[in-house]
Every structure is written in C-alpha cells, then in structure tokens.
Design a protein around this ligand. Structure first.
Ligand code: DX5
Ligand code: ZN
Length: 222
C-alpha cells in the first residue's frame, strides 16, 4: 500500500491534491499540535472537510499530546485509520478501544528511538503499527535505516501469528529507500515529498508501488 502524505501537498488546494493521487491506497494526514512535535499543521475541521472532498480513505497520524481525548473524533469523522503515538497516549489500550468503537482502525506509532519491545503487548489491541523512520515533525527528512530492525521484528511477530497489525513506515520513503523498507517487511509506505515533490504525483505513486512489490516479491516464500 502507498499512502501519500499531504504534508508535502499544497494546503490551499487539498481536494485537488487528493485528486492528483487516484491510485493511493490511503491518504496520510499529519496532525501536529506544536507541543508533541515542534510543528503545527491542521486539525479535525480540515480532516472533516477533506473526508467530504475525497473517496480515498484517510490515514490520520496524530502527533499530538493527549490523543486519548482527541483521537476518537478523527475516527467519528470517517477516517479509515487513526494512529496515536505510544509516547503520548496515557492509556493506549483504551484509546485503541475508543478509536475502534468509533469505526476506524486503530494505529500505534513509535518514534525512531522508542523500542518496539515495550509495546508488543499493547499492540495486540491495535490494527496498525506505524514505525517512524524520521523524527516526527517535518517532511523531507533523511530516512533512518536503523529503524528497519523494528520492522523486521514486527514482520516476524505478524508472520508467526503473535500480532495482527499492518506494518506501516513513515519518513524519508523515496525511490532510493523504499526497497530496503519493503525487504524488511513493510505493508504500507507513507511518502510525502517523494509523491508531492514529483512532477507527476500519480505516476510517482505507481512507481513506488512497483518498486516495493518487486523488492518484497521474495518475502513469504521461504
Ligand atoms: C513527518 C510526517 C510524515 C511526513 C513524511 O513527521 O509524519 O508523514 O509527511 O514526509 P516525507 O515522506 O517527505 O519524509
Ligand atoms: Zn506522518
């Protein structure tokens, strides 16, 4: 799956920017509060408007404090997946329950330096795991290959039936980095600048997908 991140899109033309990636599986929406991360982006009213403007399922990535309070609203707005940060949630199990009860998939994200081991039990209550491959806050940063160990661990736990999450990666995914992420076992690739920085975003999505499919073709065959 490819999830273009609208953080790199033109915020004044969000509907057009969604329409520019008709092949996207999910549209990734970065919600930042200026506290959990140093950047500030958009919130629920914009997500509600975007939900009305596109048929592409929204993948809301909440980089905010107290997601326990705010996450269910994003699910009620019709998002397909709502991801909260492990480092920010007060009661991550309850948040997952609340998100699911409001009709969305529940996602848990870990920053690059947050170990996966601490969250494996909690992840039993989640549908997606978002592994950050940059420090959250800004688009266009350099991919951190060291997080791929967490992807490999998660892939193993999923393939052996210990976890049932979709493994998503976010940050620095491009033509240069997507193959190593695919080989490590990623299911869903967020890409901001690599899609919206391209001359043809639609084509960029397809090129990334082809590359990921090719790189992961050998997975699961042994
Ligand atoms: C960063 C955001 C990402 C960002 C990725 O904090 O969570 O979703 O849009 O942008 P690129 O793909 O340019 O690294
Ligand atoms: Zn994101």
């Amino acid at each position: 799956m490819i999830a273009p991140s609208i953080l790199s899109a033109d915020f004044a033309r969000l509907k057009d920017e969604a329409d520019a990636v008709p092949g996207a599986d999910w549209l990734h929406v970065d919600v930042m509060d200026g506290h959990f991360v140093p950047n500030l982006t958009l919130g629920l009213p914009v997500v509600e408007a975007l939900e009305r403007a596109t048929d592409i399922p929204l993948d809301c990535h909440l980089m905010i404090n107290d997601p326990d309070r705010w996450a269910p609203g994003y699910a009620e707005a019709g998002s397909r997946n709502v991801t909260v940060h492990a480092e920010a949630a007060h009661d991550p199990r309850r948040v997952a329950r609340d998100i699911r009860a409001a009709g969305a998939l529940a996602g848990l994200s870990v920053k690059p330096r947050t170990p996966l081991e601490d969250w494996v039990e909690v992840l039993r209550d989640y549908d997606t795991l978002l592994v950050m491959s940059v420090e959250p806050g800004f688009g266009g940063q350099k991919f951190m290959p060291e997080v791929l160990d967490k992807v490999r661990t998660a892939r193993r736990l999923v393939d052996t039936g210990h976890l049932h999450v979709l493994v998503e990666i976010d940050g620095g995914i491009s033509r240069e980095t997507i193959e190593q992420a695919a080989e490590a076992g990623v299911d869903c690739f967020v890409a901001g600048s690599a899609v919206y920085g391209a001359d043809d975003p639609e084509r960029a999505v397809e090129a990334l997908r082809e590359q990921a499919v090719r790189a992961s073709a050998h997975l699961g065959q042994g």
